[in-house]
Design a protein around this ligand. Structure first.
Ligand SMILES: C[S@@+](CC[C@H](N)C(=O)[O-])C[C@H]1O[C@@H](n2cnc3c(N)ncnc32)[C@H](O)[C@@H]1O
Ligand code: SF4
Length: 447
């Protein structure tokens, strides 16, 4: 790979977990609009739910999530009261009898919750929605503080998939990111979940962290493989110290450069593939036979998923929901979120009503991110004449691209991102983003 190419395609771009991306949401969509959208949801449509717990025992310096460290449990317990009150508001708007296919407990660290709060949430969820018999109910876990009674409570609440944060096992890297986490501790938490019947395990890893090298990343991957996860997510470290002050504690001078990041992503991915994992989208890997490696995948705020329900309801501070009509985001500040919900209203702070052009571009970008294909025929079948402008854009992309990152489909159905181009798929997708550059948003490196 020529270094000018790398430089050009590795320029900062969004991660496209939605289109338009969150920085382009506006205050035009508020609580009243959200309530109306909820009341107008199509009958019988299945739902997905995302619940955000914005608390952790301590802050990792690389963290890009909306969370804060707390030494006391009272604020967390109080937050759960508000989460349950928000579920009551949702229930009033959508009525009863809805079925959920996917539930995701994210954060922050839902693993901070005490068993009684985990069980309260589980009970309330079952009064809000019926669980589909094949439901995927996942929880994100920081294994450093995960007593067995919490594992048991998650299993009792219906959790059947656990996502464990690892990042890197090298002590020098762990010190530099303020996250000391032994292999043994991680292993015992995974065994604990399996013992309580939670069989599906995902592990989150990050490359591009301070002091990481190809060799150190490979060593972590070798250790991770012995834990036999069903899925692995391999994220490139998003370093945005202007926006996230705690990331200023990361020693900039020790961060791998662009070429090194590129090499780390490649050698980590190759090792997982050699071990029998299938590449899924840009940064996920799944065992052959896992649902993520088989069927159609989608992209949402949690990354890649098998969740094809068009309705995602976000619960908790900063949570983002997607409804057929558009996106909504709850108040980011915990105090503001709590105040508004306890006053009996949704805390919706921003959102975006999807135009036809948004829907069309969202379809194209999601297809590129998930299947690396620009499906020209389906685009035209869905959007007719309106798709012409987007198809024209592919011609300009093909003229400007000289590195073999894309290839025309042999049956004349648009183009494919090549093996070489896969790692740059965010940059290729950004060609179809008509909002890019219109906000002050800072994005992370494209590799
Ligand atoms: C939302 S966090 C929550 C999970 C849990 N609290 C933990 O620490 O494992 C999920 C994952 O996001 C990834 N992540 C967090 N900050 C990131 C950053 N700045 N760049 C890339 N990945 C990041 C990490 O892999 C982390 O495990
Ligand atoms: S990575 Fe996880 S544990 Fe660390 S601060 Fe972020 S959310 Fe909390």
């Amino acid at each position: 790979m020529r270094s000018e190419t790398l430089k050009r395609y590795a320029a900062p771009v969004p991660r496209y977990t939605s289109y338009p991306t969150a920085p382009h949401f506006s205050s035009d969509v508020g609580a009243g609009q959200y309530a109306q959208w909820l009341r107008n949801l199509p009958d019988k449509a299945h739902l997905s739910l995302y619940m955000h717990i914005p608390y952790c025992d301590q802050l990792c310096w690389y963290c890009g999530c909306n969370t804060k460290a707390t030494q006391k449990y009272e604020p967390v317990h109080g937050y759960v009261d508000v989460l349950l009150a928000e579920m009551d508001l949702i229930s009033e708007a959508i009525g009863s009898g809805r079925v959920a296919d996917h539930i995701h407990f994210g954060g922050g660290s839902p693993s901070i919750l005490h068993p009684e709060d985990i069980l309260r949430i589980g009970e309330k969820l079952r009064s809000l929605v019926a669980f589909d018999e094949n439901i995927e109910f996942a929880v994100e876990v920081d294994p450093r503080n995960m007593p067995e009674d919490r594992i048991e409570a998650f299993a009792q609440a219906g959790v059947n998939r656990v996502s464990v944060g690892v990042q890197d096992f090298a002590p020098q890297v762990q010190v530099a990111i303020n996250r000391m986490q032994s292999f043994e501790r991680t292993q015992s938490v995974i065994e604990g979940f399996r013992k309580h019947g939670v069989q599906s395990v995902n592990i989150d890893l990050v490359y591009g962290l301070p002091y990481q090298t190809c060799e150190s990343v490979q060593k972590t991957i070798e250790q991770v493989i012995t834990l036999d996860p069903d899925r692995v997510a391999l994220f490139g470290y998003a370093h945005l110290p202007q926006r996230l002050p705690h990331q200023r504690l990361i020693p900039d001078a020790k961060l791998p450069d662009m070429n090194e990041r590129f090499a780390q992503a490649n050698c980590a991915g190759d090792l997982l593939v050699e071990a029998g994992y299938v590449r899924v989208g840009l940064d996920h890997f799944a065992k052959k036979g896992d649902r993520l490696a088989c069927g159609d995948i989608r992209r949402n705020f949690q990354g890649y998923t098998t969740d094809d329900a068009g309705i995602l309801i976000g619960l908790g501070a900063s949570a983002i929901g997607r409804l057929p009509q558009g996106y909504v985001q709850n108040a980011t500040a915990v105090g503001e979120y709590q105040r508004r919900v306890m006053a009996g209203d949704f805390s919706t702070q921003r959102g975006h009503a999807l135009s036809q052009d948004d829907q069309m571009r969202s379809f194209v970008i999601e297809q590129l991110m998930c299947s690396f294909h620009f499906p020209e025929k389906e685009l035209i079948a869905r959007y007719g004449e309106a798709a012409r402008e987007v198809v024209e854009e592919t011609k300009r992309l093909a003229d400007a691209e000289e590195e073999g990152l894309i290839a025309t489909d042999p049956d004349g159905d648009g183009f494919w991102v090549t093996e070489k181009g896969r790692i740059f798929v965010r940059s290729i997708a950004s060609v179809f983003d008509s909002y890019l550059g219109q906000s002050e948003a800072k994005h992370s490196a494209g590799v």
